[in-house]
Design a protein around this ligand. Structure first.
Ligand SMILES: *[C@@H]1O[C@H](CO)[C@@H](O)[C@H](O)[C@H]1NC(C)=O
Ligand SMILES: *[C@@H]1O[C@H](CO)[C@@H](O)[C@H](O)[C@H]1NC(C)=O
Ligand SMILES: *[C@@H]1O[C@H](CO)[C@@H](O)[C@H](O)[C@H]1NC(C)=O
Ligand SMILES: *[C@@H]1O[C@H](CO)[C@@H](O)[C@H](O)[C@H]1NC(C)=O
Ligand SMILES: *[C@@H]1O[C@H](CO)[C@@H](O)[C@H](O)[C@H]1NC(C)=O
Ligand SMILES: *[C@@H]1O[C@H](CO)[C@@H](O)[C@H](O)[C@H]1NC(C)=O
Length: 416
């Protein structure tokens, strides 16, 4: 029989022998305690002016159908204080590929919540922000220390922090950089950064598995949202020129269209849009495209490339968004790729190649490292469409989209 102390010692010894690298799914308690004692959060600040907002706060709840969120006591009240995005779509199921998509513009075929590490030649929004030194960060409730890479914490018992809800930790281009890791922090750091006026210009906020509704329900996560935001909406430092987006990773029901309840709040929502709803077709990829258009950043050359922009931002840049006929659209499965378990997508070992020369909705070309890395290779998918689709598997095919340009020319197509 092991005593608790000897088990800790034993695990500590084992982990030293086998795993000092980022592949560690279950670090020992001793390692966690050691890191907690030494790793400090890093909170860079910047003030790069954007066309439509100077700060973006991305808050994700879990697994709820549009109608269920719309029927809660608090969420519609909050939406009324801002702008309801009525036609906003998640990318696929289950959770992790959606979080991955928000950071890198692709799912890479992921149809599961496994422990993935995405190779360092895949770029993310962190690379986009770094081109202009726009400070970014993540606030993950219950993360034991900045940059923790384990599968969950605590490692057993009730779910609290889980890696599958942490977008940037999935990428080697982030985890191989000690400074970047320290920008992935917990809620104590959020309140410290708020108080010290050291919030970044882009932040991703993940409540724990209780508060985000995953292990509870939409009544609980709706109440959490109300409590979390009510105080923040009174804070001028937080809301000034800020867009706060409340959304969901995906619907709870897999067989219906993946249209999720989403609204924008904060000082950057234009006055004339307050209390209204926007029927423009958006996806999680539209957020990346809108961040790029807002701050003059390039595209990742993946599914962010053709994604629609926030409607009033598109007006400012002159981009014309597509209308998408969603009557045949589900967005409840994804295309093939190396992260597939062959459940809702097809496993294929090759990594999808991004476009290096398309003209994207944000209008600022493709990130230079993406161009260099994938020079001369043919893009795997048609990334200039406003939603992802895959001819080979038939995922999201047969969907019509069109737009009328300012000169009256109509551009239309069908995914096939
Ligand atoms: C990117 O990295 C992966 C994994 O190391 C590798 O299989 C792939 O060939 C690389 N892609 C390019 C274009 O270098
Ligand atoms: C949050 O992170 C800090 C280190 O930045 C750590 O001291 C603290 O224990 C963490 N909080 C939780 C709830 O794990
Ligand atoms: C989730 O966070 C809340 C605080 O927001 C905390 O009271 C609760 O214990 C956490 N849930 C779990 C299962 O750890
Ligand atoms: C929602 O979850 C909370 C916390 O687990 C629970 O107390 C409550 O009964 C649940 N409500 C419904 C309608 O299931
Ligand atoms: C997606 O929705 C279609 C239509 O309801 C259904 O046939 C298919 O099984 C769904 N996919 C998943 C993964 O549930
Ligand atoms: C790719 O999408 C664009 C729309 O942006 C469309 O004009 C073009 O025909 C598509 N290409 C193919 C090969 O389907």
């Amino acid at each position: 029989m092991f005593t608790k102390q000897s088990l800790v010692t034993l695990l500590g010894g084992l982990s030293l022998a086998v795993a000092q690298t980022t592949t560690e799914e279950y670090p020992s308690l001793a390692e966690i305690r050691a890191a907690q004692a030494t790793v400090q959060p890093y909170s860079p600040v910047s003030n790069v002016k954007g066309l439509a907002f100077n700060r973006f706060v991305n808050i994700w709840l879990e697994n709820t159908d549009f109608d269920a969120a719309a029927a809660t006591e608090h969420l519609p009240v909050l939406a009324k204080k801002g702008l309801l995005l009525n036609n906003f779509w998640a990318i696929t199921h289950p959770s992790e590929p959606n979080y991955c998509a928000s950071a890198a513009g692709d799912t890479f075929g992921m149809d599961n919540d496994d422990f993935h590490q995405i190779p360092s030649n895949v770029s993310t929004i962190a690379d986009l922000f770094d081109t202009k030194n726009i400070a970014w960060g993540e606030y993950q409730e219950g993360l034991p220390y900045p940059g923790y890479q384990g599968y969950r914490y605590p490692e057993s018992g009730a779910n609290d922090y889980v890696r599958k809800h942490n977008p940037l930790i999935l990428f080697d281009s982030v985890t191989e950089d000690a400074l970047r890791l320290r920008q992935i922090k917990n809620f104590s750091s959020f309140y410290d950064d708020l108080e010290n006026h050291r919030l970044p210009q882009y932040m991703f906020i993940t409540p724990n598995m209780t508060n985000d509704g995953h292990d509870t329900n939409i009544t609980f996560s709706g109440d959490w949202t109300w409590n979390f935001l009510s105080e923040l909406l009174e804070n001028d430092y937080f809301t000034k020129d800020t867009l706060i987006m409340l959304t969901f990773d995906e619907t709870g029901t897999y067989e219906i269209g993946n249209n999720i309840y989403t609204f924008l709040l904060g000082g950057a929502v234009p006055d004339d849009l307050l209390g209204t709803k926007d029927d423009t077709f958006y996806t999680h990829y539209s957020v990346i495209a809108s961040l790029s258009a807002n701050w003059g950043l390039p595209s990742l050359g993946r599914w962010d490339c053709g994604a629609n922009l926030f409607s009033w931002l598109a007006k400012k840049t002159g981009y014309v968004n597509y209308e998408v006929d969603t009557s045949n659209l589900y967005m409840n499965e994804t295309h093939w790729g190396p992260l597939s378990d062959d459940d809702y997508s097809e496993y294929y070992a090759g990594w999808p190649v991004p476009t290096t020369d398309a003209s994207c909705s944000a209008g600022n070309g493709i990130l230079s490292t993406v161009k260099k890395t994938y020079e001369g290779l043919t893009a795997t998918f048609n990334y200039t469409t406003p939603f992802p689709y895959d001819s080979r598997s038939g995922n999201n095919v047969g969907v019509k989209y069109s737009r009328t340009l300012k000169n009256g020319k109509v551009e239309s197509g069908t995914s096939e």
